[in-house]
Each structure stands twice: as C-alpha cells, then as structure tokens.
Design a protein around this ligand. Structure first.
Ligand SMILES: [Zn+2]
Length: 75
C-alpha cells in the first residue's frame, strides 16, 4: 500500500541565491583594498593577495601577517 507519494512536484523555480562568493565584496579585505591592493582573500587558507589592484596574472596570496605588515607602512 504505497499509494501515498510525497508531493515534490510543486517547487520548480526554487533558485535560492545566497552567498555569491564570486563577487568581490565577500572575499576582499576592504582595508587593504583601500590602499590600492588587490586584497583578494583566498578563503580556504585565509591568505591575501598583496599585488596592486587590477594586477596582471594570477593572485599571489600572502599570510595575513604580511598583509598587516604592508599596511603598517612597509616599503
Ligand atoms: Zn590579486
């Protein structure tokens, strides 16, 4: 007696848009970005790109400590 099927044929357009991690805001350190850096954060490691904004080539991720070093007046 399996006459009762769960009604799953209802929701078709359930596109939940949450966390567009592709876009800049969620994974860019704003304080660094304000200094003209790429400031892209590699979320799995927490490392930060210290290259100039709109640099060519791939990001180079550095430790957050290095980022703070640059922020605090490194050369
Ligand atoms: Zn970068």
């Amino acid at each position: 007696m399996n006459a009762e099927h769960p009604t799953t044929a209802g929701g078709t357009s359930s596109q939940v848009r949450q966390g567009r991690s592709d876009l800049n805001n969620s994974n860019v350190r704003e304080d660094l970005a304000r200094t003209g850096r790429c400031a892209m954060v590699h979320l799995p490691t927490g490392r930060i790109c210290l290259l100039p904004f709109r640099h060519h080539g791939p990001c180079e991720f550095h430790r957050p400590q290095e980022a703070d070093d640059v922020m605090s007046g490194g050369h």
